[in-house]
Design a binder for this molecule. Structure first.
Ligand code: NAD
Length: 493
């Protein structure tokens, strides 16, 4: 089995193969078309390696091998659920043994600080171990309808699950999809983002080492419009788990009209925080800063709208500006870097465009707003005050390090303002008053609502949005249901 070769030299540089292929049916294979694409390091703009580019024919091949692995009486289908769990535990263990290798790949590919990559890898390993423990606990119920019948329900795996992953948290989102899918007994075809395919490919090597049967996991780097669209509409695919933008989700939902695949949709966000005068203002400012600046704001549940009570508005703005100005942005391999580069020039220009719109529409630029340096896509942490609801920066997902601060005086009014947005992924409130905390958290339209903290995701807690932020849950026990279909068996007594 081909293995990616990567090591860190003097803490600075990661080296790896200069060409990486697709992973289908436990084999490393070239794409049928022979096409490849170049993979770049966003922090240096240097080429990392060439990657085989999957398109429709390769997707067909991968779905075929996954379907064969899912056939009745196959090794995977007849494997005891606890044995499936043991493979996932082994995967989590190997990930921890290789955590520096995987983190290096992630930093190289995504431009994020090495410490952040390490945190993501440890989280992803934890996700595999968590779902390993649930593999043999997908239980049904027994029923006795009408007294003349005996019935029971079974949670059955769905079959071939397609996972379509974005570039902002490649290793975590790979784990969020693959771990519950395999724990439930499914088979997977994963399409990582064309911008960050390395860790998903490395995970294929790890699964081989953990002796996952051939065909159960296939990894196909390629573009959305070709490989992604073929996967979403493929008649052999029974489930699509997608994380990405709401615009792409609409296309995928339309494509699945073809196969009626079950869907999990984790989409964009424009998450608000409500900051009341009685809260610990330092804590609120720090959480909200971190929730929008982490990963350069390329974070679906980043807190991008801060609604601050008029009584503490100026004080809060000063604290937010201090946090932003103290943030260290730079070389992702340096230990003190808190932010690295954004993913691409396109993304950088999109963010700078939003910053221009903020200035043009009358928000006050408190700090930041510029590119840093001329190599790599580094941006200053940016804070706008005097933002109003109708401004573009208050309405649209920027997906960059841009914090918008708005003012309010009345709780009912601020609830309406927070909820008046197409998205509903997450929300936060900061107050020491438990009645207000419950009132706000129950009435904010967000799939996850934080009180006195923000942007906290744990393996055990379900995550998924409302409204334009999608549907279905990842993480926690509930994610297992997303990868099962319930069958009722009814017998005449
Ligand atoms: P994107 O929608 O452009 O791409 C996501 C994935 O979809 C990529 O693998 C891409 O190749 C694929 N894709 C693109 N077009 C496709 C098509 N027509 N058919 C099938 N697949 C296709 O998103 P992105 O720019 O990679 O990521 C940023 C977005 O992801 C943001 O909007 C962000 O909010 C969202 N996001 C959401 C969550 C969440 O859990 N809710 C987490 C991370 C990111």
């Amino acid at each position: 089995v081909y293995k990616l070769v990567c090591f860190i030299k003097e803490g600075q540089k990661a080296l790896l193969a200069d060409y990486i292929t697709l992973f289908i049916n436990n084999q490393w294979v070239d794409s049928k078309s022979g096409k490849t694409f170049e993979n770049f390091n966003p922090a240096t703009e240097e080429k990392i390696c060439d990657i085989a580019e999957a398109d429709a024919e390769d997707v067909n091949e991968a779905v075929k091998s996954a379907a064969a692995a899912f056939k009745r009486n196959s090794k995977w289908r007849t494997m005891d659920a606890s044995a499936r769990g043991k493979i996932l535990i082994r995967v989590g263990e190997i990930m921890m043994e290789q955590k520096h290798i995987i983190s290096s790949l992630e930093t190289l590919d995504a431009g994020k600080p090495y410490a952040d990559s390490l945190g993501d890898v440890e989280h992803a390993a934890d996700v595999f171990k968590y779902y390993a423990g649930l593999a043999d606990k997908s239980l049904g119920k027994t029923l006795s309808p009408d007294g003349q019948y005996f019935a029971y329900t079974r949670q059955e795996p769905i079959g071939v699950c397609g996972g379509i992953i974005p570039w902002n948290y490649p290793i975590s989102l790979f784990a969020w999809k693959v771990a519950p899918a395999l724990a439930s007994g499914n088979v997977c075809v994963i399409k990582p983002s064309e911008l960050t395919p390395l860790t998903a490919l490395h995970m294929a090597a790890i699964f081989s080492e953990a002796e996952l049967p051939a065909g159960v996991l296939n990894v196909l780097p390629g573009y959305g419009a070709t490989a992604g669209a073929t996967l979403a509409s493929h008649p052999g695919v029974r489930k699509i788990a997608f994380t990405g933008s709401t615009a792409t989700a609409r296309k995928i939902i339309a494509l699945t009209a073809n196969n009626l695949a079950k869907l999990t949709m984790e989409l964009g966000g424009k998450s608000p925080a409500v900051i009341l005068p009685d809260c610990d203002l330092d804590q609120a400012a720090l959480y909200c800063h971190s929730a929008i600046m982490t990963n350069c704001g390329q974070n679906c549940c980043g807190i991008s709208r801060n609604y601050v009570h008029a009584d503490v508005y100026d004080e809060y703005v000063a604290k937010a500006v201090a946090c932003a100005q103290n943030r260290v942005v730079g070389d992702p391999w340096k230990e003190d870097s808190e932010s690295g580069s954004v993913i691409s020039e396109v993304q950088m220009n999109k963010i700078l465009g939003y910053i221009e719109s903020g200035k043009r529409e009358g928000a006050k630029l408190e700090c930041g707003g510029e590119r840093i340096g001329s190599k790599g896509w580094f941006l200053q942490p940016t804070v706008f005050s005097n933002v109003t609801d109708e401004m573009t920066i208050a309405k649209e997902e920027i997906f960059g390090p841009v914090q918008s601060i708005l003012k309010f005086t009345d709780i009912e009014d601020v609830l309406d303002r927070c909820n008046d947005n197409e998205y509903g992924l997450a929300a936060a409130c900061f107050t020491k008053d438990v009645d207000k905390a419950m009132y706000l958290s129950h009435n904010l339209k967000g799939g996850i609502t934080w009180v006195n903290c923000a942007d906290i995701l744990t393996t055990q807690t379900p995550f998924g949005g409302f409204k334009g932020s999608g549907y279905g849950k990842e993480l926690g026990e509930d994610a297992m249901k997303e990868y099962c279909e319930m069958k009722t068996v009814l017998m005449k007594m």
